[in-house]
Ligand binder design. Structure first.
Ligand SMILES: CC(=O)SCCNC(=O)CCNC(=O)[C@H](O)C(C)(C)COP(=O)(O)OP(=O)(O)OC[C@H]1O[C@@H](n2cnc3c(N)ncnc32)[C@H](O)[C@@H]1OP(=O)(O)O
Ligand SMILES: CC(C)C(=O)C(=O)O
Ligand SMILES: [Mg+2]
Length: 517
């Protein structure tokens, strides 16, 4: 089986993502994780570009032992010297030289003729080879380079000593067929390429970076350059995890392998996302939060019967523990029953059907139906439990120069007594919650507070969800009103009522002393 070399450029091309700036310490942390992931080459930065990158490349070179450490360099002596300065201590120093070859880059950016480009390539590689055991040469914008000239540059680069030839689709312009054809044409025109390693480097401007990389592999390329989470200049680079999982999942088709420890994929993705500040979209292949989550009833039913109905990869393969069946408005009875069983509720068919109607009503209004919501539904349905407290009245005063104050009256349902309390807070909602705490005497911690509008317009209904915890117990509460402060009070009281039901505590233990009527 052919082994594909994984050249990771998260710390170089990935860091070229607008808005991303990694400190040397953060780069070292990621490099160590990339080594654990089992990549073969770590492009640690562009040593000549800044003192910080020089330091990062140098530190990574001294720390990483099981991968080649590489720096990018323009085809100029000064850059090569600086790269050597950073990499001389590396176990396996690797230089990545580049020069653009396409007509548009030659004419407008470099202002060089074809002959000048060839001459510069020769000079730079020969100079670099005096220092580095491995020199990779990249024809920047190879994808838009005339094929005869591309072949000539590649021939000269190999003659000058390049051991790896990279032909990037720098601007993400080519289709998979075109990119594969480019490699086949070069292989045909320059038989010497069989003596070096051919590499692909793709950008995602048209969303084809991974498809192009895989097409290049099929055209005989042995190395792919890619980044974790597909981060990189503009729309990014080919995503390492997607290439790796395509090779693994379609092993029979590709007949290829890598040295990657795929179980480290998820951890690496999370670390890169955290340190770069680039969020991974939920629907991102392999590492998105929804990559192994199923929401619709028909899919969930299939998953429960045989997971291969809807999953082509196992979450465990990339270091996750399990797939998730997310309950929501598209879920069906099978998944609902399964969730109830997981939560410890075994219901008969009739109870299940009744509860399922309530569940659908809730799911229609709420994006995620959490375990606590299901527990609350079951408890309400099965125990016929009554609320311990109901809200009688609410008065809130606040303004730009006054301390927000809330006065509440609540009724204890068991004996009909009404109590009143007032409290000040950091804001109106805080004041309301403090007043309720005093009235009920229940000690809770507010874990979450969310507000959104259920309907539209000036008289929109505001819906508030709160999550409270007390020791091991966590409960949610919901309140709806055209007044968001009232909705907040109702949600909080609802959660307190649920907590009392769950803990079995007696209502009224902590009722305030002032009885209104
Ligand atoms: C496709 C890619 O991803 S390429 C890598 C892109 N990455 C980066 O550019 C990040 C790091 N870059 C930098 O920090 C800076 O651009 C530096 C330090 C490298 C250079 O900075 P400056 O000297 O101020 O030059 P500047 O960036 O403005 O312009 C680039 C110069 O390099 C030349 N150049 C571009 N590519 C190459 C190359 N491969 N080999 C030689 N010269 C090159 C340009 O023609 C231009 O030369 P000119 O000044 O004679 O017109
Ligand atoms: C430096 C080169 C390889 C590059 O990043 C590109 O062409 O996209
Ligand atoms: Mg690139």
């Amino acid at each position: 089986m052919r082994t594909i070399t994984i050249f990771d450029t998260t710390l170089r091309d990935g860091e070229q993502s607008p808005g991303v700036n990694l400190s040397p310490r953060e780069k070292v942390e990621i490099a160590i994780q990339l080594e654990r992931l089992g990549v073969n080459v770590i492009e640690a930065g562009f040593a000549a570009s800044s003192a910080g990158d020089m330091q990062a490349v140098r530190e990574i070179a001294s720390r990483v032992k099981n991968a080649s450490v590489c720096s990018l360099s323009r085809s100029v002596k000064g850059d090569i010297d600086q790269a050597w300065e950073a990499l001389r201590a590396a176990e396996s120093p690797y230089l990545h030289l580049f020069l653009a070859t396409s007509p548009i880059h030659r004419e407008y950016k470099l202002r060089m003729s074809r002959e000048q480009v060839i001459e510069r390539v020769r000079e730079a590689i020969r100079y670099a080879k005096r220092l580095f055991p491995i020199v990779e040469f990249s024809c920047e914008d190879a994808g838009r380079t005339e094929i005869d000239f591309l072949a000539e540059v590649v021939r000269e680069a190999i003659k000058a000593g390049a051991g790896v030839i990279n032909l990037p689709d720098t601007v993400g312009y080519l289709t998979p067929n075109e990119y594969a054809q480019m490699f086949m044409n070069v292989r045909k025109a320059v038989p010497e390429v069989e003596q070096v390693r051919l590499s692909a480097h793709c950008h995602d401007d048209l969303g084809m970076a991974v498809a192009n990389s895989l097409a290049a592999i099929e055209a005989g390329v042995d190395q792919v350059e890619c980044t974790i989470n597909g981060i990189g200049e503009r729309a990014g680079n080919a995503a390492l995890e997607e290439i790796a999982l395509a090779i693994k999942t379609r092993e029979q088709y590709y007949q290829l392998q890598t040295t990657l420890n795929l179980r480290e994929i998820h951890r690496t993705s999370r670390m890169v996302s955290k340190l770069t500040g680039m969020m991974v979209p939920g629907n991102k292949a392999v590492v998105g939060a929804n990559a192994f989550a199923h929401e619709s009833g028909i899919h969930q039913d299939g998953m429960l019967k045989n997971r291969e109905t809807y999953e082509i990869m196992r979450p465990e393969t990339v270091g996750l523990t399990e797939s998730r069946l997310v309950l929501g408005k598209h879920s069906g009875r099978h998944a609902f029953r399964d969730k109830l069983l997981q939560l410890g509720y075994e219901l008969n068919e009739e109870q299940l059907n009744q509860l399922f109607i309530r569940f659908k009503e809730l799911a229609d209004r709420k994006k995620d139906v959490a375990d606590e919501d299901i527990v609350a539904l079951v408890e309400e349905k099965m125990s016929d439990a009554k609320d311990a407290y109901t809200l009688e009245s609410l008065l809130v005063t606040c303004g730009s120069h006054s301390l927000p104050t809330a006065s509440l009256q609540i009724k204890r349902v068991s004996d009909g007594s009404v109590s009143e309390e007032a409290a000040c807070g950091n804001g109106a909602v805080d004041a309301i919650f403090k007043a309720i705490d005093r009235l009920t005497g229940v000690q809770v911690e507010l874990k979450d507070y969310r507000i959104h509008s259920v309907t539209q317009g000036k008289d929109a209904l505001g819906e508030v969800f709160v999550q409270l915890s007390q020791g091991e117990w966590t409960v949610r509460g919901r309140g709806v009103s055209t007044d968001v402060l009232e909705a907040s009070a109702r949600a909080y009281l609802d959660a307190v009522n649920r907590l009392l039901r769950r803990t079995g505590a007696a209502a009224g233990d902590g009722m305030a002393k002032i009885t209104a009527s």
